[in-house]
Design a protein around this ligand. Structure first.
Ligand code: HEM
Length: 485
């Protein structure tokens, strides 16, 4: 054979092997242990910072880790997240695949009505469409905002006599969402509707951080319930009960109140009236009932309310500045309402900074890919778990300016005093692409009215730790490693 042909063939073969290798190569990441892979690496303390440090060590914004049955990709920059979860959201909008790691405990809890766990299907799209219609449109927000103002006023009134300030914030967050959704306003923390979403969110958070051995070794699910160490059976049972309280408890109460003619106007009462009038189908009724249950579970908003209070106590000069803008506008004559929104840009900047400073969901919720993909030469297989390090991008100094670990609302203020981003535009704090949080606009307004009301009536001082020690802006605040913190 002609030696030139042989040389060309070998060259072509080498190029082929190289490009195949490149296509199949995986991003860098820490080497795991035999059998369990990176199980311990995935649940490091303050893992958002650990993952970011690894990005520097491995010189890559995308990292990979493996545990039996699943491969995770950590996305550590806004560019990678934008490229994959937003621009390719047709591929990266699924959730946990059935029977994959970590889903075992969840599968036992009745979660089919929970939007965050639905796969990218028509059912999920219909739920999101109706969620938007009921909570996000201009018409809906007029009624919803009236409820939010009332919930904020009730908080101020309770704080006059209560000493359990933390409990009052928890109550206020549930009060706001329950009154918008069901017209129900719990009077105290013993109300059965207060604890259910908190406990269910705790179970989901435990599952998400791999708290159950069955998620790693699925064969354990075949062991009988009395067997030591199979506590997940009990957790799953508790979770199912809680999920039912969430979905059916307030919904049934509204139905009963409507029958008695005592129901307060709410999302649920409006659609139940439409059912009585025969203007919506039974399927739509079921979807709307689920949508209400999802909004109720979204009460994780309380974590952001805590962060607001902590920030005000640690940064008194910020608090004073926000209070001054409120006092100048209200002149001590009245409490704020949503008509004041555009006149208080600094307060909007404070709320933006609360969401950025300590994001409530540092890793959003994992997205799952539905087909094989290639990115920057790396192979990403179908079923890969994509973990966006939201904390990392919200602390990226190239996006938000210097000292991102400090609470500086001025980073959101333009030279003319107006706010850089409208509240609802701080999208980075609310997830990505098609799965971005549908409650974000509604929630931003809840936080805004609570913040405005609190700062008008009270001054938050004397920050101290659990052990009574005095905290300052330089103290290290420890956050849990959960999906929601
Ligand atoms: C501090 C307030 C909140 C934050 C920071 C937040 C953040 C998030 C994030 C990061 C996601 C995942 C997005 C992704 O997968 O990329 C999400 C999903 C979701 N959020 Fe929120 N959220 C908040 C409040 C709320 C509220 C008040 C509601 C309800 C009224 C709500 C309803 C939902 C729902 C239903 C989903 C699932 C969306 C889906 O999977 O398609 N959230 N949220």
């Amino acid at each position: 054979m002609d030696p030139r042909i042989i040389a060309v063939s070998i060259f072509a073969l080498l190029i082929g092997i190289r490009s195949f290798r490149k296509k199949r190569s995986t991003p860098p990441g820490p080497a795991g242990l035999p059998l369990i892979g990176n199980m311990f690496d995935l649940s490091k303390r303050e893992s958002w910072q650990v993952y970011l440090d690894w990005s520097k060590r491995y010189d890559s914004d995308i990292l990979t880790m493996k545990v039996p049955g699943a491969q995770f990709f950590i996305l550590n920059s806004a560019t990678v997240i934008q490229d994959l979860l937003v621009k390719r959201s047709n591929i990266y909008s699924n959730r946990y695949v059935k029977d994959a790691l970590r889903t075992d405990t969840l599968c036992r809890i009745q979660t089919s009505w929970l939007i965050p766990f639905m796969n990218n299907t028509e059912k999920w799209r219909e739920h999101r469409r109706l969620f938007h219609r009921e909570f996000d449109t201009v018409d809906a927000s007029v009624v919803n905002k009236a409820h939010e103002v009332q919930a904020a006023r009730r908080l101020l009134r309770r704080l006059l006599t209560s000493v359990d300030h933390e409990g009052e914030l928890r109550l206020a967050a549930v009060d706001a969402i329950l009154s918008i959704t069901y017209g129900i306003s719990p009077k105290d923390l013993n109300h059965p509707f207060i604890k259910a979403p908190e406990d269910l969110n705790t179970i989901f958070a435990d599952v998400a951080r791999g708290g159950y051995t069955v998620d790693v070794f699925p064969f354990l699910r075949h062991l009988p319930t009395w067997f030591p160490g199979v506590e997940f059976h009990k957790t799953a049972q508790t979770g199912t009960t809680l999920a039912n309280i969430l979905l059916m408890g307030p919904y049934v109460q509204v139905k009963t109140e409507m029958a008695k003619g005592t129901a307060v106007s709410s999302v649920a009462s409006r659609f139940l009236s439409a059912v009585q009038d025969g203007t919506i189908s039974e399927t739509e009724q079921d979807v709307l009932r689920n949508v209400c249950g999802n909004a109720y579970l979204g009460n994780l908003a309380v974590c952001a309310l805590y962060n607001f209070v902590i920030a005000m106590a640690l940064y008194p000069e910020v608090q004073k500045k926000a209070q001054k803008s409120l006092d100048t506008l209200l002149e001590g004559n009245r409490l704020p309402d949503f008509n004041d929104f555009s006149d208080l840009p600094y307060l909007s900047a404070v709320v933006n900074e609360v969401l950025r400073w300590h994001p409530v969901t540092p890793f959003a919720i994992y997205h799952v890919s539905t087909e094989d993909d290639t990115y920057e030469g790396y192979h990403i297989p179908k079923g890969a778990m994509m973990i966006p390090n939201m904390w990392a991008i919200l602390h990226d100094e190239t996006i938000f300016g210097p000292d991102t670990h400090k609470f500086i609302p001025e980073r959101f203020v333009k030279a003319d005093g107006s706010v850089k981003l409208d509240l609802s535009e701080l999208d980075l704090a609310f997830g990505f692409g098609r799965r971005a949080c549908p409650g974000r606009r509604k929630f931003c307004y809840t936080l805004w009215i609570m913040a405005a009301s609190l700062l008008t009536a009270y001054t938050i001082t004397d920050p101290c730790g659990m052990d009574g020690s005095v905290l300052t802006a330089d103290s290290h605040l420890e956050y849990t490693n959960a999906m929601v913190r």
